[in-house]
Design a protein around this ligand. Structure first.
Ligand code: AP5
Length: 250
């Protein structure tokens, strides 16, 4: 599992923007989906996994947040998507799928991918399956991170994000060296709008209703790998690698 260079420009800014992802050997290629409640630590694990597996971290939430920051006028569909996001609700499947379909090149990419936050409904999972079948590519595994609701709320309410480079911290669990300042770029650390208590509640309810059925869906496909998400990020990362090891040797 050798690290490859990649960035996410085609994913974050759109398919016309080139990125420097490099293809690896087919045996080293990972195509993963990360499932788990909001705040369980999917983004944190994706960051660690991408360094080790080389696969690109593809988060749909990051694309919506990148669109929210864009200086140009967002499309009406994107404006509507951002309103759903602020309230903690899911963006409609049609908008999400349009956005992912435009970026299908990232799924075909020879560097592999780690999908984070997509799919999130059965409809999205079916669309992804149909697209991948058409492209002749398959998922390697789907990792489901599990954690108690109490710990999830603690992770979400303490999260702080750099408003410049988007690095993620936690007030007590992963604090920056200097309060309110990003270690990497000295940007300002802010709280995400959907990490307010009323939005957290909506997000957790939505997860149970819309996203939990995916666990069954991927279990039936024989792709599901369960990982307990308690403890320090490095411990969960090691647990994830151990859970994935048999997948490639099967
Ligand atoms: P999205 O950006 O995907 O957010 P999410 O799934 O709600 O997940 P989060 O980013 O909140 O959490 P995470 O699991 O990545 O945790 P993190 O690593 O940051 O989606 C946002 C919104 O966009 C959705 O609500 C929806 O509106 C819309 N959207 C996106 N995709 C969509 C789709 N496919 N369909 C429809 N709508 C869509 O960790 C959280 C905190 O905990 C951090 O502070 C971190 O430092 C800390 N932490 C992490 N690990 C640990 C640990 N082991 N111990 C202690 N603290 C930890």
């Amino acid at each position: 599992m050798s690290p490859l260079n990649n960035n996410r420009s085609a994913w974050l800014q759109g398919p016309s923007v080139p990125c420097d992802s490099k293809s690896g050997s087919p045996e080293a290629l990972w195509r993963l989906v990360l499932l788990g409640a909001p705040g369980v630590g999917k983004g944190t694990q994706a960051e660690l996994l991408t360094q080790r597996l080389g696969a690109c971290h593809l988060s749909t939430g990051d694309v919506f947040r990148a669109a929210a920051r864009a200086e140009c006028e967002p499309s009406p569909a994107m404006k509507e998507a951002l309103e759903f996001m602020r309230r903690g609700e899911l963006v409609p499947d049609s908008t999400v799928w349009q956005m992912v379909k435009e970026r299908a090149g990232c799924l075909r990419c020879g560097g592999g991918f780690i999908l984070d936050g997509f799919p999130r409904t059965l409809g999205q999972a079916e669309s992804l399956r149909a697209l991948m079948e058409k492209e002749g590519i398959a998922l390697t595994a789907v990792i489901n991170y599990e954690l108690s609701a109490r710990e999830i709320v603690a992770r979400l309410s303490g999260r702080r994000t750099c408003d410049r480079c988007k690095s993620v911290y936690h007030e007590t669990e992963r604090p920056p060296r200097r309060a309110g300042v990003c270690d990497k770029c000295e940007g300002r650390l802010i709280q995400r709008e959907d990490d307010r208590p009323e939005a957290i509640e909506v997000r957790l309810e939505t997860h149970v209703k819309s996203t939990s059925p995916l666990i069954d869906f991927y279990q039936k496909c024989g792709l599901l790998v369960q990982v307990e998400a308690g403890g320090a990020p490095e411990d969960i990362y090691q647990r994830t690698l151990a859970a994935l090891a048999p997948v490639k040797t099967n």
